[in-house]
Design a protein around this ligand. Structure first.
Ligand code: GDP
Ligand code: MN
Length: 379
């Protein structure tokens, strides 16, 4: 879960990382002459989009806030606006702690070119320091970091303390990203986090009941909520799509999305039943009810099961469809353990059933590209 800047900065403060004086609108930080007005949205690059405005008085401040709230930014609604004291920046760095999936550990990442989006710049000049999962941050890493950033003395000591605190935050809060871009050095030699981008690992939510206090940036849709009731994962993808997939596992989901995308098929939504597709007819009924509400033209159910049983999934599909018949064409692909029996069960109930994924993808492509007024039978 991605935190808005304001929540990210509160978390920074909690760990002793200096941030500019700031409040969430309608509060205004007291005793401030020059303000920065910042649209709070779960994406970076707001500076370039005009989401960061510098204002010199309260009238201009209120005007700017109202513009954000009424007009949004880059086509997106702005619900929260953060008001900060403007700081005098002389130098900007990039400093982050992020989960490095290649080595399976948190890593410090830094570059002297702060401010810009590092992901879009080259990785040359990027320092990576993996954290030992047992011993965590080491002071020698802080020194390496400062020598790479070309820092000495007081400023270096402050950056080292911030790096240590950022590591502590990432570990304690189960963050997969804690990013400061820019980490700003000001005219008076302070080092301040001018921005905060924090992403928390949703799988560690059970360890952090206090997370409910953060502003929610991604509300699950009705569809996603319904699917969760069937202990599966629903993902709405493209409101203009007309094909819906129900698949066994996230890998299968990605592969099928890729296949459909390569045929320019727009996918309305996906349901991940999990790799074992261990689903009973009641859960299948819930999934089919939610599916029907999205009005897809075709529903592609695809399972590739080795330890679980295709025939059990086939039976759940048949029973589920008896309880909740769909308006959409249903295409089923099952392969693996028990697929002979699965084909019998599905075929006996008049369903299109295949072992070959390419065949059902082909059918889905045909249905997706049919015009609305074309009622011809594609069988
Ligand atoms: P982002 O574009 O969404 O990453 O938003 P940031 O919060 O990082 O702001 C973009 C840029 O605005 C920063 O890189 C800074 O150069 C500048 N900026 C933000 N806050 C301040 C501030 O208080 N003073 C000054 N001088 N510049 C700021
Ligand atoms: Mn930034």
């Amino acid at each position: 879960m991605r935190l808005i800047e304001s929540d990210g900065k509160r978390l920074f403060s909690k760990y002793g990382i200096p941030v500019p004086k700031g409040t969430l609108w309608p509060d205004i930080p007291p005793q401030v002459n020059h303000y920065v007005v910042k649209a709070q949205m779960a994406r970076g690059g707001r500076g370039k989009l005009g989401g960061i405005r510098f204002v010199k008085n309260r009238e201009h401040l209120i005007e700017t806030v109202n513009t954000f709230l009424l007009q949004g930014l880059a086509g997106e609604k702005v619900e929260y606006v953060y008001i900060e004291e403007q700081i005098d920046i002389v130098k900007e760095f990039y400093l982050a702690v992020t989960m490095d999936r290649d080595i399976g550990a948190l890593s410090i990442i830094a570059t002297p070119q702060g401010g810009i989006e590092v992901e879009s710049s080259s990785s040359a000049g990027l320092l990576r320091l993996p954290l030992d999962p047992l011993s965590g941050y080491q002071p020698t890493q802080g020194r390496k970091l400062c020598s790479m950033l070309g820092l000495e003395g007081n400023v270096a000591a402050k950056v080292e303390a911030i790096a240590a605190a950022l590591c502590q935050l990432a570990i304690t809060e189960d963050a997969i990203l804690a990013e400061i871009n820019p980490l700003a050095v000001t005219t008076d030699g302070s080092v301040i986090a001018a921005d905060a981008k924090v992403e928390l690992d949703p799988n560690a939510g059970f360890r952090h009941p206090d997370r409910s206090g953060y502003v929610k940036t991604e509300e699950p849709s009705d569809f996603e909520r319904q699917i969760a009731k069937a202990h599966s994962v629903g993902v709405e993808i493209d409101s203009g799509g007309n094909i819906l997939g129900i698949v066994s596992g996230a890998g299968a989901m990605m592969a099928i999305l890729d296949l459909l995308a390569s045929h320019s098929v727009r996918v309305r939504a996906m349901v991940d039943l999990g790799g074992t597709a261990n689903i009973d007819s009641k859960a299948m009924e819930i999934i089919l009810e939610a599916t029907d509400k999205l009005n897809p033209k075709a529903v592609l159910i695809a399972g590739y099961l080795q330890t679980a049983h295709c025939d059990r999934l086939a039976q759940a599909i048949v029973d589920g469809l008896n309880r909740k018949p769909l308006k959409a064409k249903v295409l089923v692909r099952l392969k693996g353990r028990g697929d002979d029996l699965a084909m019998q069960i599905l075929g006996g109930n008049g369903l299109v059933a295949e072992r070959n994924l390419a065949n059902v993808i082909q059918r889905a492509v045909e249905i997706a590209s049919q015009r609305e007024n074309d009622h011809g039978d594609i069988n």
